[in-house]
Design a binder for this molecule. Structure first.
Ligand SMILES: Cc1cc2nc3c(=O)[nH]c(=O)nc-3n(C[C@H](O)[C@H](O)[C@H](O)COP(=O)(O)O)c2cc1C
Length: 217
């Protein structure tokens, strides 16, 4: 076969294998988050007093320090020697990944590097829920369980990953209450549509989403 023909065949095959994912990560840069501030915040009992859901968001972006603190509080590494996290997980499988949907694109939180991996150069916020405010909140977290990382039976995978999501979500609630941010955890999601938009693998299951931002004035 002529070299040009081989190249054309290779490109055609690549396009077939990769599929309609040309915008995946393309043009979107990863973000190295600033060091999280792991001291301070309001006293726990005051934070518990303030914890609540709210669905009215300003479009104001989260400052980079706030985004860093939020993700560390959610599911960051709090014991570097063991790599363990701010939320528990069954058998320490750490099966929940946090995707971060912003106006600029979709990212994946890498707790070890405390960075955001570039996933998709598209604003998928509107696809993260069935309620209209999701497109206004500057950050929508999408909790995705990776069943391939779990060593349990299938029904246990569902139970354990739902529980793990709850712990992470509550960390986010508490951080938001401490910082004067608005948040709501959400189950009302068109999961197949969102999974498609995010190009998830079949063993990746969307559990919940959570909108975060400043209250609308
Ligand atoms: C598993 C779960 C799913 C939820 N799904 C949604 C949702 O899709 N949309 C929404 O607006 N609120 C949702 N919520 C938030 C609840 O409506 C809220 O927690 C409840 O009304 C109590 O209010 P509070 O959080 O302020 O105490 C959900 C909460 C949980 C725990």
């Amino acid at each position: 076969m002529k070299p040009l023909l081989v190249l054309t065949a290779f490109l055609a095959l690549s396009a077939l294998l990769i599929g309609p994912t040309s915008t995946f990560g393309q043009g979107l840069k990863p973000i190295q988050l600033v060091q999280p501030q792991t001291e301070g915040g309001r006293p726990l009992m005051q934070v518990l007093q303030a914890r609540s859901s709210s669905r009215s968001f300003s479009t104001e972006e989260l400052p980079s320090q706030v985004l860093s603190n939020l993700l560390w509080a959610a599911f960051g590494i709090n014991r570097p020697a063991s790599g363990k996290r701010t939320a528990p997980s069954a058998r320490n499988r750490q099966e929940i990944d946090i995707y971060v949907a912003t106006a600029g694109g979709l990212y994946l939180y890498d707790a070890k590097a405390h960075s955001l991996e570039a996933i998709l150069a598209e604003d998928v916020r509107a696809a993260t829920g069935r309620q209209s405010f999701v497109r206004e909140a500057p950050v929508n977290l999408i909790y995705v369980a990776d069943f391939s990382r779990m060593g349990a039976a299938d029904d246990e995978k569902v139970l354990y990953s739902a529980a793990a999501t709850g712990f992470i979500s509550q960390n986010v609630y508490l951080y938001c209450a401490s910082e004067g941010l608005t948040t709501v955890v959400r189950g009302s999601i068109d999961r197949p549509a969102l999974a498609k938009a995010m190009n998830l693998r079949p063993e990746q299951r969307i559990t919940l989403a959570q909108s975060v931002g400043y209250p609308k004035k």
